[in-house]
Design a protein around this ligand. Sequence first.
Ligand code: ATP
Length: 205
Amino acid sequence: MRYHKIPDETVKRLPRYLRAAVLLRRGGKKKLSSSELAEFIGSNSTQIRKDFSYFGSFGTRGVGYDTQKLIKQISKILKLDGQREAILIGVGNLGSAILAYEGFSIYGLLIKAVFDNNLRKIGKKLNGLVIEDIAKLKSIRPKKIKMAILTVPSNQAQHVTDKLVDNNIRGILNFTSCRIEVPRKVKVVSIDIALDMARLPYYMQ
Ligand code: ATP
């Protein structure tokens, strides 16, 4: 089944629903109503029901959703049932912190390899992974890894991106403050914490 018509705003909320469902399932919840889910994530149940209506009704009125089914369905829509492995480029302060972050595992996302160009770092072990030479990026090809986390300095962002694309990376989580150019077949999601921080004072009293 294809899910062409799911609005972007809904897609953005799906990972949050998924995480909540996984945590509630771990806590023993086999059935889940939209209001329980709403309460858990601090959203509203009407929004959740509307979001879920985009991919068919698999909940039963009054009974709620089968938690396991919900997890499977959302994972499938997000394609998290297939694409799960990523590499990380640039093991500096930010890269190391991301590598140590445990929040990816709930989605089954796994950082499989890390690369850097600093000879003092290459060969060292971090979080169970040996830092590899970026010059050997080709080694990811047979592993069919399609996602990359980019934590190099901004002035290296485009150069490294081109290498990633050449090595079949099709999704990049860009932590640099630089806009990167990619072919249409490659999707970029950019995260710039400074931007979010910079708009915070505006909302404060
Ligand atoms: P450190 O000072 O330990 O390197 P940092 O966070 O200040 O930490 P940055 O200058 O932001 O480092 O660089 C982040 C990481 O990206 C570093 O580990 C750096 O060696 C690496 N890096 C820089 N250029 C490249 C490149 N072209 N290819 C791969 N890795 C790179």
